[in-house]
Design a protein around this ligand. Structure first.
Ligand code: NAD
Ligand code: UDX
Length: 478
């Protein structure tokens, strides 16, 4: 299908911009796709010949990059040049929670989006369709439009024309390519039919037309935040029930199966775990809380804030529980942490439950050996605000007291379990479900514990290996 759009520029080469543009380039070989970013180091990694060095780990992404890069998919820092050539511009930059000023801690920080709008206003030529790909608070399109329209007032820029569309992205990390290739729906919000059709024509190359939804622009912006709020709410709901299961002898997996069989509830997103992480859920709910308060809807705000508060409580609850099982103290005890990414199949650690749980354990004086198949130890250093201490690996005879509150990275799970009192499974990486517990048990100090916070290890195998097991949401733990 041929589209009116021949040249796309995507501003922001992150977890959304990179994979989304790789799929568009693959499905629409006649469109030239330029992904630009101010972060030169990130762009260099996107251009690296060794595909293991791509800045994002996402199954299937390396194949797409290999296929399309330098054919119709380009990564560069040349914003001015690529904006001026584009007839459609995707804004795909980060929109984190504001750290200071009005709305701090809740509202989205839109400084990067505003910066993009100003760059588009300055460098674009002729008619340009500007697409909000980032998740944005309702009414952000108004801000973008105001900036773009102001640029049209200058006598030199009379030929500039813009339309703004909202086209939020629903991909989840770890399954991004599949989500992009077979989306449940594509949402396009806007006013101008011609602009909406231009974007629809691109998606029509691989998405059935009945899955491409058109709404007004504000519904589209709000639908994205609402989807994340509903999904996160399910996780807080099941984790809250998991705590009741542990107290009563019920099993959260059995409860989830029973309620999930009700077609009105559905079986997805009911896995109890260490609490939701990732760059989106907390930020987007807090944004909804801010919006509700702004409109005087305080009860609505409190309702949604509860989802985030429960998540935070739940993460601290897990640490308290580990301490209790380890005879009331973890000071000077070695604990192996399996998994630092916020979920499996990504190298992203943003808002990962592992960050809070590790920080709590370090604060209590534990000595941590952290393993993750894809996360760079330098990233863990940034998240924990603490340098790695490699001396942990040299400690003999359980003399960990001298390194209280320190951590190090270990690639080999068997080595990291040497002398450990406990292993805590925090990310559901497939390899953690295949661990040889007999071999690990021989290395650990007794009594040893496995805390299975993702419910992925075999109860029988762990118990047969003479290791105590605590499983999330399992009332038979006690
Ligand atoms: P990210 O931090 O991975 O990437 C954003 C990129 O934008 C960074 O590389 C940054 O350098 C670049 N950038 C910022 N300002 C710029 C500017 N003025 N010019 C050029 N580049 C600039 O973020 P992300 O995870 O890709 O998220 C982007 C947006 O998509 C956010 O609004 C997020 O809420 C939304 N979203 C994310 C996901 C996800 O799974 N990560 C899913 C759906 C939607
Ligand atoms: C989410 C949304 O799913 C996606 O549509 C949106 O575009 C971006 O935000 P993402 O954060 O990448 O995607 O991953 P997701 O699969 O939603 O998981 C979020 C968190 O919830 C992870 O920490 C995950 O481990 C946790 N989770 C998910 C559970 O604890 N239990 C579940 O049943 C599902």
């Amino acid at each position: 299908m041929s589209s009116l759009i021949k040249n796309i520029c995507c501003i922001g080469a992150g977890y959304v911009g990179g994979p989304t543009m790789a799929v568009i380039a693959d499905k629409c070989p006649e469109i030239l796709v330029n992904v630009v970013d101010i972060n030169e180091e990130r762009i260099n990694l996107w251009n690296s010949l060794n595909l293991d060095l791509l800045p994002i780990y996402e199954p299937g992404l390396d194949n797409l990059i290999k296929k399309r890069r330098n054919k119709n998919l380009f990564f560069s820092t040349k914003l001015e040049d690529n904006i001026s050539k584009a007839d459609m511009i995707f804004i795909s930059v980060n929109t984190p929670t504001k750290k200071k000023g009005v709305g701090a801690g809740k509202a989205s920080d839109l400084k990067w989006v505003e910066a993009c709008a100003r760059q588009v206003a300055k460098y674009s030529k002729g008619y340009t369709i500007v697409v909000e790909k980032s998740t944005l608070p309702v009414k952000t399109a108004e801000v973008i439009k105001t900036i773009l329209e102001a640029s049209q007032l200058s006598p030199d820029d009379k030929e500039k024309k813009f339309d703004v569309l909202s086209n939020p992205e629903f991909l989840a990390e770890g399954t991004a390519i599949k989500d992009l290739e077979y989306p449940d729906r594509v949402l396009i919000g806007g006013e101008n039919k011609k602009a909406i059709n231009s974007l629809t024509d691109i998606y029509k190359n691989w998405v059935p037309i009945n899955k491409i939804l058109h709404t007004n622009i504000w519904s589209s912006e709000l639908a994205k935040i609402t989807a994340n709020a509903f999904l996160a709410q399910r996780i807080s709901s099941i984790n809250s029930i998991g705590a009741i299961c542990e107290a009563t002898g019920a099993d959260v997996r059995e409860v989830a199966r029973a309620i999930g069989s009700d077609s009105r509830i559905g079986s997805k997103f009911l896995d109890a775990g260490p609490g939701f992480g990732g760059s989106c859920f907390k930020k987007d709910i807090l944004n909804l809380v801010y919006l509700s308060n702004y409109f005087g809807l305080n009860e609505v705000a409190n309702f949604w804030e509860g989802v985030v508060l429960l998540n935070k409580w739940h993460q601290h609850r897990i640490t308290r529980l580990i301490i209790k099982k380890l005879l009331g103290t973890v000071t000077g005890k070695k604990i192996c942490i399996l998994g630092f990414a916020f979920k499996a199949n990504t190298n992203d650690t943003r808002e990962s439950a592992s960050i809070n749980i590790c920080k709590d354990l370090l604060e209590e004086g534990a000595v941590l050996q952290i393993h993750d198949p894809k996360v760079d130890p330098k990233q863990i250093e940034v998240n924990l605000g603490k340098k790695e201490n490699k001396k942990i690996k040299e400690i003999k005879d359980q003399n960990y007291f001298q390194l209280e509150g320190q951590w190090s990275f270990e690639k080999d799970i068997t080595i990291s379990s040497d002398g450990a009192d406990a292993i805590v499974v925090l990310t559901e990486w497939d390899e953690y479900s295949k661990i040889n517990w007999f071999a690990i048990s021989k290395k650990m100090r007794k009594p040893s514990w496995v805390f299975d916070v993702r419910s992925i290890v075999s109860r029988t195998k762990v118990l047969e290996a003479n290791i105590n097991l605590w499983k999330i949401g399992d009332g038979t733990n006690n």
